[in-house]
Design a protein around this ligand. Structure first.
Ligand code: HEC
Ligand code: HEC
Ligand code: HEC
Ligand code: HEC
Ligand code: HEC
Ligand code: HEC
Length: 447
C-alpha cells in the first residue's frame, strides 16, 4: 500500500503544478479584460451623442500632425477646449479660422498671435457633428500611465489589447518546471512499480542482466548502406550551406545601422501621418529619393521640442526621445530658449542603408510616378519602423521577379496605349507586364 500512496502523492504534485499554471494564465487574462472594459465604461460624455471612434479617426487623420490631446504641439492641446471656448466658436474656428479672425473675433486673433501667426488650415468640409466627435474625443480624460507592453500604441483606448497578462518567459519557465516535475514523477513511478513487482515475486530485468551490446559506432561502421547514405547527406548539406553563403554575399537585407540621430519613421510617418514625399520629395521626379536636409526637420521642430508622454514605449523613454531632438538642435545650431539660430552647426551624416552596386541602374520616378508603385511595396512597412532597415533583398532576382509579375499601368497614358496594343498582339495577351516591355533586357538595368 505504501507504493500506491507514493504514486498518488506524485500524481497530486503534478496536478497541482498544472493547476498553478492554469490559474496564473487565467488570472492574467481576466485582468487584461478588466482593464479594457474599464476604459470603456470610464468614457466621459462631454458632448451628448458624439461618436468617439469617429472622432478619434478624424483627429488622427487630420489634426494629429499639429495637435496633441494633452500637450502643446504645433497647435495648442485640444483637451480642455470646451472649458475655454463656446461650441459655436469652435465650429467657426475649425471650419474657417481666417474668416473668424477677419470678423474681428478677439479670441481668434489672440490665439493666432500667441502661436506666432502660424495659420491653421480651414476645414469647411467638416460638419458640426464631425467636430462634435473630434472634440468629444479630445476631451476624454487622460489615460492612466499604462503598463508599457512593447511598442503597443494607446493600449487602453483601442480596447483591443487582449492576451494573457503574463510574459512568455514566465509561462515557458513554468512549463519547463512542470516537465521536470513530470520526469521526476515518472522516474519515481517506474522505480516504485519495479519494487512493487519484485515484492510480489515478478522477475524484473536489471541493467546488469542484459547481454553486452556493441558500441553504436561499431554497429554503424558495419552497416555499409547507412555509411553511404550518411556521406551523401553530409555532402549535400555542405553544398547547400556553401551555396546559401555565397548567394548572400553582398545582400544586405535587414541592414539596420545606428544613425547619428535616432529618427523614428514610426513616430513621423506612422503616428503623425507625415507623408513620405514631404521629406523624400525627389522620389517622384528623379532617380534618387534623397534624405531631407535638416531645414525640413526644423519646419516643425522649431515648435516641437519634446515628444508627448504617450509616444514613449517600453524600449524608448520620453527622456530618450527628447535628447534626440536636442541633438537635432545641436546639429542645426538652434537655441530653443532664444528661438534663434547660433552659428555653431554640427552637420549630421546619415548612414546610407539601401545601396545598389554601381553596375546597376535604378530610378525612383520610373517606379513611383510612372508605374505608380507604393513605397511600401519595396521598402516594407516603413510607417511601423522605429529604426529604418532594408526590407527587400535588392538582388537582381528581386527586380526581375517583380518585372515579370507586375502589369504596366497603361491607364490614361497615350504613349503606353499604343505600345500596349502592339505588344498585346505580339505576345497575344490582354495585359502587358514590365518584363514584356523590355524590363528584363540587360541593358535597361546595366550601364
Ligand atoms: C497644420 C497644423 C494644424 C492642423 C493640421 C490643425 N491645426 Fe488646429 N491649430 C493650429 C495652430 C498653429 C493653432 C493655434 C492658432 C493659430 O496659430 O492659428 C491651432 C488652433 C486650434 C484651435 C483653437 C485652440 C484654442 O485653444 O482656442 C482649435 C479648436 C483647433 N486648432 C482645432 C483643430 C482641429 C479639430 C483640427 C483637425 C480637424 C486641427 N486643429 C488641425 C494648427 C493646426
Ligand atoms: C519627417 C521626415 C521623413 C518622413 C515623413 C519620411 N522619412 Fe524616410 N527618412 C527620413 C530620414 C531623416 C532618413 C535617414 C535616417 C534613417 O535612415 O532613419 C530616412 C530614411 C529612409 C529610407 C532609407 C534610406 C537609405 O539610407 O537607404 C527609406 C527607404 C525611407 N526613409 C522611406 C520612407 C518612406 C517609405 C516614408 C513614408 C512612409 C518615409 N520615409 C517618410 C525622413 C523621413
Ligand atoms: C511635419 C512635422 C515634422 C517634421 C518635418 C519632422 N518632425 Fe520630428 N517630430 C515631429 C513631432 C510632432 C514629433 C513628436 C511626436 C510625438 O510626440 O508623438 C517629432 C519627434 C521627433 C523626434 C523624437 C522621436 C524620434 O523620432 O526619435 C526626433 C528625434 C525627431 N522628431 C527628429 C526629426 C528629424 C531629424 C526630422 C527631419 C528629418 C524631423 N524630425 C522632421 C514632427 C516633425
Ligand atoms: C520598385 C521598388 C522601389 C519603390 C517603389 C521605392 N523605392 Fe526607394 N529604393 C529602392 C531601391 C532599389 C533603392 C536603392 C537605390 C540605389 O542604391 O541606387 C532605394 C533607395 C531609397 C532611398 C535611399 C536614397 C536613394 O535615393 O538612393 C530612399 C530615401 C528611398 N528609397 C525612399 C523611397 C520612397 C519615399 C519611396 C516612395 C515614394 C520609394 N523609395 C519607393 C526601391 C524602391
Ligand atoms: C514592385 C515591383 C518592381 C520592383 C521590385 C522593381 N521594378 Fe523596375 N519596374 C517595375 C514596373 C511596373 C516597371 C514599368 C514601369 C513603366 O510603366 O514604364 C518597371 C520599370 C523598370 C525599368 C524601365 C524598363 C523599361 O522598359 O524602360 C527599369 C530600368 C527598372 N524597372 C529597373 C529596376 C531595378 C534595377 C530594380 C531592382 C533594384 C527594379 N526595377 C525593381 C516594377 C518593379
Ligand atoms: C531589372 C533589372 C536588371 C536586369 C534586367 C538585369 N539585371 Fe543584372 N543586376 C541587377 C541588379 C540590381 C544587380 C545587383 C544585385 C546585387 O547587388 O545583388 C545585378 C547584378 C548583376 C551582375 C553582378 C552579380 C554580382 O553578384 O555582382 C551580373 C553579372 C548581371 N547582373 C548580369 C546581368 C545580365 C547578363 C542581364 C541580362 C540577361 C541582367 N543582368 C539583367 C538588375 C538587373
Amino acid at each position: 500500500m505504501k507504493y500506491i500512496t507514493v504514486i498518488m502523492s506524485s500524481l497530486k504534485m503534478t496536478l497541482t503544478a498544472f493547476m498553478f499554471v492554469f490559474f496564473l494564465s487565467a488570472t492574467g487574462q481576466d485582468t487584461a479584460e478588466e482593464t479594457s472594459s474599464e476604459s470603456g465604461s470610464g468614457q466621459e460624455e462631454v458632448i451628448p451623442g458624439a461618436d468617439l471612434a469617429k472622432g478619434e479617426e478624424l483627429f488622427k487623420s487630420i489634426c494629429a500632425s499639429c495637435h496633441k490631446r494633452y500637450e502643446k504641439a504645433i497647435g495648442p492641446a485640444l483637451h480642455g477646449l470646451t472649458e475655454r471656448r463656446e461650441m459655436e466658436w469652435i465650429y467657426k474656428w475649425i471650419k474657417n479660422n481666417k474668416k473668424l479672425r477677419e470678423s474681428g473675433d478677439q479670441q481668434a486673433i489672440a490665439i493666432y498671435e500667441e502661436y506666432n501667426k502660424t495659420a491653421m488650415p480651414a476645414y469647411p468640409q467638416l460638419s458640426n457633428q464631425d467636430i462634435d466627435n473630434i472634440v468629444a474625443y479630445a476631451e476624454q480624460p487622460k489615460p492612466e500611465p499604462k503598463q508599457k507592453v512593447a511598442a503597443a500604441p494607446q493600449g487602453g483606448q483601442a480596447g483591443g489589447q487582449k492576451g494573457s497578462g503574463m510574459s512568455t518567459e514566465v509561462i515557458l519557465g513554468i512549463l519547463a518546471f512542470v516537465l521536470l516535475m513530470l520526469s521526476v514523477v515518472l522516474y519515481l513511478v517506474n522505480r516504485t512499480l519495479n519494487r512493487f513487482a519484485e515484492a510480489n515475486g515478478v522477475p524484473v530485468k536489471q541493467e546488469e542482466d542484459k547481454e553486452p551490446r556493441k558500441p553504436i559506432w561499431v554497429a554503424f561502421a558495419e552497416n555499409q548502406f547507412l555509411v553511404v547514405i550518411t556521406v551523401v547527406v553530409v555532402l549535400l548539406g555542405v553544398a547547400y550551406g556553401a551555396y546559401g553563403f555565397l548567394m548572400q554575399v553582398g545582400v544586405d537585407q535587414g541592414y539596420e545601422p545606428v544613425q547619428p540621430i535616432h529618427y523614428s519613421h514610426r513616430i513621423h510617418a506612422g503616428e503623425n501621418k507625415i507623408e513620405c514625399k514631404y521629406c523624400h520629395s525627389s522620389a517622384r521626379v528623379s532617380k534618387h529619393s534623397g534624405i531631407p536636409s535638416l531645414n525640413v526637420c526644423m519646419n516643425c521642430h522649431k515648435q516641437v521640442n519634446e515628444v508627448a508622454e504617450e509616444t514613449a514605449t517600453a524600449q524608448y523613454s520620453k527622456e530618450f526621445y527628447d535628447k534626440e531632438i536636442q541633438k537635432l538642435y545641436e546639429a542645426t545650431g538652434w537655441n530653443p530658449d532664444e528661438m534663434a539660430y547660433t552659428d555653431e552647426k554640427k552637420p549630421v551624416k546619415w548612414v546610407r542603408i539601401h545601396n545598389l552596386p554601381d553596375l546597376a541602374y535604378f530610378n525612383h520616378s520610373q517606379h513611383v510616378t510612372v508605374a505608380n508603385i507604393e513605397c511600401q511595396k519595396c521598402h516594407g512597412p516603413v510607417e511601423e519602423m522605429e529604426i529604418m532597415y532594408q526590407h527587400s533583398s535588392l538582388t537582381m532576382g528581386w527586380c526581375i521577379n517583380c518585372h515579370r509579375e507586375t502589369q504596366v499601368n497603361v491607364k490614361d497614358n497615350g504613349y503606353y496605349k499604343k505600345i500596349h496594343e502592339e505588344l498585346s498582339k505580339k505576345y497575344n495577351v490582354d495585359k502587358v507586364t514590365a518584363a514584356q516591355m523590355g524590363g528584363i533586357e540587360c541593358g535597361k538595368c546595366h550601364y
